[in-house]
Design a protein around this ligand. Structure first.
Ligand code: IPM
Ligand code: MN
Length: 350
């Protein structure tokens, strides 16, 4: 029997609750496809940091690099100063494992409510490919004369030809392999004339290698407008780290909320990490009310990535069937508890 070793980081807040449901579904789908999973747990997150003072050890990073797939719940703790866990765990893992693509499908499923009037599953179906190792997230810059009236804070965006080009190429390859017709570069060429000039030139060059796919461009501010007004305009979006972060929260809202939004941090030749993008949701922690579908859809992306598209499709179909039975995608209003939703998805695996 085929076996996959998966590293699991349940993390903070509702992370462990939703990860459990994801694992429940993976195991059930695995039975059908004769695939076994072995899970290795990594205790990372705010609780461990508060208890032991350790955020992430070098040897843990090295160990994590040996897996093809990592399943992450959420990182972020209300008692830890913002930035410590995010930079110390999530961003460090993305960077050190060179997960240079953050793949975020924005897909409205039948029966899920969207706040966008007169738009449905046909109109809201695209993918954002967010550069995941550079840009403003690289941590370049510094501070001078802190806490004085003369304080200076500099935060620079790093854009390398290599980093930009490999991300753009991934977007075109993704389009080609998934029957998508258009790749839109989202940037700010009218103001950020150094960084997005590099992006635009790399984009234009890569686009010539894909004659069947249309290359397009949109400014990031206009993009937020189009997401609401004409989401059907998008097919595949490629953008930098910061813009990708911002537009994918908006994307999550138009696809029905954080309860259904999943993402993958992809290193095509190394360890990739799949997560529900909603965060640790402290106010719902431990209540068995959070929506686990995003985590379950993260396992679908994981299976796709591992080269098990039939199993991925099967999980997606089970999610679609479950959605039809739910009252809402919002925590506490689903008509079922977190664990019951996991059970329903398992029942819907046929
Ligand atoms: C995300 C999150 C992270 C990010 C935070 C938690 C560091 O918002 O995955 O989108 O900004 O990338
Ligand atoms: Mn974000």
């Amino acid at each position: 029997m085929k076996e996959y070793k998966i590293a699991v980081i349940p993390g903070d807040g509702t992370g462990p609750e939703v990860v459990s449901e994801g694992i429940k579904v993976l195991n059930a789908a695995g039975k059908k496809f004769h695939i076994k999973f072995k899970y290795d747990q990594f205790d990372l997150g705010g609780d461990r940091y508060l208890k032991t003072g350790t955020i992430l050890l070098d040897e843990e990073v090295e160990k994590l690099k040996t897996y093809k797939a990592i399943f992450l719940g959420a990182i972020g703790h209300p008692d830890v100063k913002p930035g410590i866990l995010e930079k110390g765990i999530l961003l460090r893992l993305r960077f050190e494992m060179d997960q240079y693509v953050n793949l975020r499908p924005i897909k409205l499923y039948e029966g899920v409510e969207t706040p966008i009037k007169n738009k449905g599953p046909k109109e809201i179906d695209f993918v954002v490919i967010r550069e995941n190792t550079e840009g403003l997230y690289a941590g370049a810059g510094g501070v001078l004369k802190k806490n004085t009236p003369d304080e200076v804070a500099i935060q620079e965006s790093i854009n390398t030809r290599k980093g930009v080009e490999r991300c753009i190429r991934y977007a075109f390859e993704y389009a080609k392999n998934n029957g998508r017709k258009k790749v839109t570069l989202v940037g700010k060429t009218n103001v950020l004339t150094f960084a997005f000039d590099l992006w635009q030139r790399a984009f234009n060059e890569v686009a010539t290698e894909y004659p069947g796919i249309t290359g397009d461009y949109a400014h990031v501010d206009a993009t937020t407008m189009w997401f609401v007004k004409n989401p059907e305009w998008f097919d595949v979006i490629v953008t930098d780290n910061m813009f990708g972060d911002i537009i994918t929260d908006l994307g999550a809202m138009i696809q029905g909320g954080m309860g259904v939004a999943a993402g993958g941090n992809i290193n095509p030749v190394g360890a990739s990490m799949f997560e529900p993008i909603g965060g640790s949701a402290p106010k719902y922690t431990g209540m068995n009310v959070i929506n686990p579908l995003a985590a379950i859809l993260a396992t679908q992306m994981m299976m796709d990535h591992l080269g098990e598209p039939e199993m991925a499709d099967c999980i997606e179909k089970a999610v679609k069937a479950t959605i039809k039975q739910m009252e809402s995608m919002s925590a506490g209003k689903m008509g079922y508890s977190t664990t019951e939703i996991g059970d329903l998805v398992v029942k819907n695996i046929v």
